[in-house]
Design a protein around this ligand. Sequence first.
Ligand code: UT7
Length: 330
Amino acid sequence: MKHEAYIRGIGYYAPEKVLTNADLEKIVETSDEWITSRTGIKERHIAAPGETVSDMTAQAARAALADAGLPAEAITHILLYTVTPDYFTPSASCLLEEKLGIRGRVVQDVNAACSGYLYGLEMARAILALHPEAVVLMAAAEVLTSRTNWADRRTCVLFGDAAAAAVVTSQAPPVSQARVMDVRLSSDGSLGHLLTIKGGGSGQPYKLGDVVGEEFFLAMNGPEVFKHAVRNMAGVCEEILSANGLSKDDIALFIPHQANWRIMEAVAKKLSLSTEKVMSTVARFGNTSASTVGVALVEARSAGRIPAGSTVLLAAFGGGFTWGSALLQF
Ligand code: UT7
């Protein structure tokens, strides 16, 4: 028997501190003009010193639970998608569970880089297929600024910090808000070297007293990643539309990964979608990796861009490489 998955509540959290392009002009040789014209980013939120992924996710989770009308006690499973967990161990999902005041749940951290929110939706569906009574808290969060090389202008202007969360259950509307119609995921490890954070892992270990070098921070071949992001997001969107017998005209809103407005525009063009149908929060948040799609989804709903009955197309692309698409029916 097939069990449906529904999004019952959504929420996000962005740290208070905002770093503008003008602030970055004081840190590296860059300009508001370059950042705006090449990426569409104007500002990004930055975690406070000591503010962690589990702290931020706890805030996003509380917002999603309030939106779902459920207490934290109702949660049965926690999936936390991040590449910047608080520690290697304990996991950020264990710390999140503790911060939500609950115990004994099934919890795990997962790394799907910037595709985390979409991978999370699919894994929530899988859990619900096994346990239809489950209440899955799916969170995607990043403190990427903890792994930003502030001396590298090619990357440091791009990223921000944020957390997004969704409560996914098998209860249909009106209890829930949107049906997860379908999710398509993919990956290609042969291209992983184009976007890396290596230092501190078992492939790049440190000994006591070693100096932390550039390998500890995010490194990216931007132009190459750009090409793959456009090609793969467009491809996986075409795949999900065709598999569900839908055309671009059936899509009320397109919410792609928020890395760069030029990438979003290029994907929309390949899909023959008007840019008016593209939701963008990149100007205010920058690239917050795993959480971008979740943040933009909440912002889109608040802005009244998701009328009842509409179909929303989501897409993501990130390190690994990983990518995916999803269709939500509101
Ligand atoms: O979230 C995971 C997925 N990530 C992405 O999707 C990001 C994909 N990549 C991109 O968004 C873009 O490739 C970037 C925004 C990273 C770079 O834009 P670009 O148009 O591809 O620029 P570029 O890397 O080709 O650099 C063009 C020039 C270079 O100067 P030269 O060599 O032509 O003299 C760079 O050194 O711009 C220079 N440049 C900068 N100048 C001012 C690079 N970064 C900066 C900067 N400020 N911050």
